[in-house]
Design a protein around this ligand. Structure first.
Ligand code: CAA
Length: 259
């Protein structure tokens, strides 16, 4: 794995693991850090030996948000011309599933980063919040859109408008923002385990499943259903479909080749 300044990367079997690594700034998401995350994700996306990616931080902080020190003196025209934070969304172009393992603070951009992932697991001490309003701004990397879809309007408004209503792990679980809560020390292993499970499936079907689910956030139901059916039908052109169904009939484990 390549070496970066603000993140660590490691492969575990068929899983790529990205660890945000700016401990002194609680993993504040400076521009360069996000460039590195997206580069690492793209490398995993094109690596045939990798089937899924896990992003994590430290036990104290997944990420405490965009880097306030870096952005505090920015002028509007600069943010507009350079499409400030726009590049973060490159991670939504990644085809392989991305799982977030959130320990500690996931605030502002940290919560938004987690919500750009496909599955979120939380450690018992995780805290999710959108405190941007306290800085005189609003969430700028999807918080006003994705949080509503995850936890509903009233809770999202409460969090975004007060900046101080945060969710602990149990609340995040009951609202559906995260799908599992585990003890902090076990979180990364547990998330990698699920990522391994996903990586053992056929990649064409995994990637099309991710694409179809994400479509549901973007298009009306009829278009989403049409999209789903075409992808479903397309999978009959893959060797993995033949193998998966033959293995079922022959009562053996499928050996997918990602073709
Ligand atoms: N940006 C830059 N530096 C940050 C940071 C951030 N978002 N969050 C923490 N840090 C730095 C602190 O400045 C501090 O650095 P120094 O030692 O140099 O002073 C170091 O990390 C440790 O932080 P604290 O001393 O504050 O640690 P704490 O345990 O007392 O508090 C915390 C932890 C509650 C998370 C607190 O750090 C905090 O409130 N951070 C800011 C959270 C925030 O407002 N996030 C939203 C950012 S805006 C955004 O994300 C926009 C968007 O939508 C993309």
């Amino acid at each position: 794995d390549k070496s970066y300044s603000h993140i660590l990367t490691e492969t575990r079997g068929k899983v790529g693991l990205i660890t945000l690594n700016r401990p002194k700034a609680l993993n504040a998401l400076c521009g360069d850090l996000f460039v590195e995350v997206n580069e690492a994700l793209r490398n995993y996306d094109t690596n045939d030996n990798i089937g899924a990616v896990v992003i994590t931080g430290s036990e104290k902080a997944f990420a405490a948000g965009a880097d306030i020190k870096e952005m505090k003196d920015k002028a509007f025209i600069e943010t507009y011309k350079n499409n400030f934070l726009g590049h973060w969304a490159e991670m939504t172009e990644i085809k392989k599933p991305i799982l977030a393992a959130v320990n500690g603070y996931a605030l502002g951009g940290g919560c938004e980063l987690a919500m750009m992932c496909d599955i979120i697991y939380a450690g018992e001490k995780a805290v999710f919040g959108q405190p941007e309003i306290k800085l005189g701004v609003i969430p700028g990397a999807g918080g006003t859109q994705r949080l509503v879809k995850a936890v509903g309007k009233s809770k999202a408004m409460e969090m975004i408008l007060t900046g101080s209503v945060n969710l602990n792990a149990t609340e995040a679980l009951s609202l559906g923002l995260v799908s599992k809560v585990v003890p902090a020390a076990e979180l990364v292993d547990e998330t990698v385990k699920t990522a391994e499970k996903i990586a053992s499936m056929g990649q064409p079907s995994v990637q099309m499943a991710k694409e179809a689910v994400n479509k549901s956030f973007e298009v009306p139901l009829s278009a989403g259903l049409r999209w789903e059916r075409i992808l479903f039908q397309a999978l009959f052109g893959t060797a993995d479909q033949k193998e998966g169904m033959a293995a079922f009939v022959e009562k053996r484990k499928a050996n997918f080749t990602n073709q």
